[in-house]
Design a protein around this ligand. Structure first.
Ligand code: FAD
Length: 413
């Protein structure tokens, strides 16, 4: 019998197991799926690397810096800034601090007035100068209200903020908490974004590699938890002194009941296409600034990390955040939209896969309360992004603080 049984081998459960193991607390991690990683996984398909949904690593996340060996991940970086599809053309918008020579191009981009761009520069400066702690204490509204209050025009919100944060927060309507918006904007402003050479799944794989062999049990679907252990689908009992539920929020709610509120869900979809040539060169994120369809951002992944595609082929990820992801005709609609963007060459594109993820992230509406309770009483604990923030940072932070709470519980008389 282990001291602790952890239900779920996503990033939160793995970090919790890692910290407990390092503290010489014995753990068993029960994972329903056939591999670790939860929402962060990568599949190899015909020589292409397909993440499960379009995702990126933000290097400024403090937990990422502390817990991951970023060099070993071989991170391939996106260019800071974005390319915006607007008025039938593509326009580059760059961070003026990092690319002063591109200021004229950014000012000329038809995504809002000059005043909007000055507001953008001021907002970025403001979040750079504030600590995350302070940003999380500001009055909370929706992101849309936050941007309106900052004076941005409807055009700037629709052609820049909406597609950018639709992709990051799976939130095409900018409903997510403004505290969350501010903290993510800060991370984008101070750090880099990229993907590991072997795909996003390399992140949980790196965490899992630090655990002693046999700690993680795959294919172990938990049906019920009690303070004395977990019961698997087949009826097997796994006893422990402590149980940590590290599943997605809605599953935690089902397993634990009212002590963990269902955090709501934001869906995500991604259509993956193999193409003979890249439709656009360079490691850039392309945003839909003209509300032209369900795809809110596109990345030619093989231009970011060549290892994502076999030689001579390119890989396109077309991200569909929000409820559109659940439309059964999503691939057809994405294809039509991208044919308008990139022209007749899309006829040669091979559809590799469409990911549909009903629970991509918790809803995170205002007021956002990060650091929700992880100790539920009687040896029962809960961790995951729904306790903190919907991100790798939030999942890792939550796993770490739960490990501390568990150690406190086990050492108390
Ligand atoms: C498409 C998409 C894009 C994203 N983009 C980003 C991004 O760019 N940057 C970023 O930082 N974050 C991003 N996120 C969010 C980030 O991936 C999550 O916040 C984080 O991975 C959550 O980790 P977790 O450990 O809390 O939960 P999960 O990863 O969901 O882990 C839960 C685990 O529990 C297991 N489980 C569930 N039920 C049971 C059961 N009954 N028995 C046993 N095991 C069970 C699951 O199989 C899973 O492995 C994105 C998410 C998605 C889906």
């Amino acid at each position: 019998m282990a001291d602790v049984v952890i239900v779920g081998a996503g990033v939160a459960g793995l970090v919790c197991a890692q910290d407990l193991t390092r503290a010489e607390v014995s753990c068993t991690v029960l994972e329903a799926s056939d591999a670790v990683g939860g929402r962060v996984r990568t599949d190899s398909v015909d020589g292409f690397l397909l993440d499960r949904g379009f995702q990126i690593l933000l290097t400024a996340y403090p937990e990422v810096q502390q817990r991951l060996d970023i060099d070993a991940l071989g991170l391939a970086l996106f260019d800071p800034g974005a390319v915006i599809r607007v008025r039938g053309g593509f326009h580059r918008v760059s961070d003026p601090r990092r690319f002063p020579l591109r200021i004229p191009e950014t000012v000329a981009a038809p995504i809002g007035s000059l005043a909007d761009k000055v507001r953008l520069a001021r907002l970025v400066l403001d979040v750079r100068r504030s600590s995350v702690r302070d940003l999380l204490r500001r009055p909370d509204t929706s992101t849309a209200e936050r941007l309106q209050a900052a004076g941005f025009s409807a055009q700037m919100i629709g052609s820049f903020w909406q597609p950018l944060f639709a992709g990051i927060q799976l939130d095409p309507h900018l409903e997510v908490s403004s505290r969350r918006f501010d903290t993510i904007l800060r991370m984008l402003a101070v750090g880099a974004t990229g993907v590991p050479a072997r795909g996003m799944g390399a992140i949980p794989a790196q965490l899992a590699a630090t655990l002693p062999e046999g700690v993680v049990r795959l294919g172990a679907m938990v049906r019920e938890v009690t303070p004395a252990g977990a019961v698997l689908e087949g009826g097997e009992r796994v006893d422990a002194r402590v149980v940590v539920v590290a599943t997605e929020g809605p599953v935690a709610h089902r397993l634990v009941g009212a002590a963990v509120a269902d955090p709501g869900s934001r869906a995500a979809g991604c259509c993956w296409f193999a193409t003979p040539d890249p439709p656009r060169r360079g490691p850039v994120l392309i945003l839909d600034g003209e509300a032209s369809g369900p795809v809110k951002n596109v990345a030619v992944m093989s231009e970011v990390a060549p290892s994502y595609a076999p030689p001579g082929r390119a890989l396109v990820a077309a991200a569909v955040p929000g409820a559109d992801a659940l439309d059964p005709n999503i691939t057809g609609r994405a294809r039509e939209q991208l044919a308008r963007w990139f022209g007749s060459t899309t006829g040669d594109w091979e559809h590799l896969r469409t990911d549909v993820i009903p629970h991509g992230q918790p809803a995170q509406r205002a007021p956002l309360h990060p650091k929700q309770a992880v100790r539920l009483g009687d040896g029962l604990f809960v961790c995951g992004d729904h306790r903190d923030t919907a991100s790798l940072q939030g999942a890792m932070f939550s796993g770490g603080r739960t490990a501390i709470a568990v150690q406190g519980y086990l050492s108390s008389p």
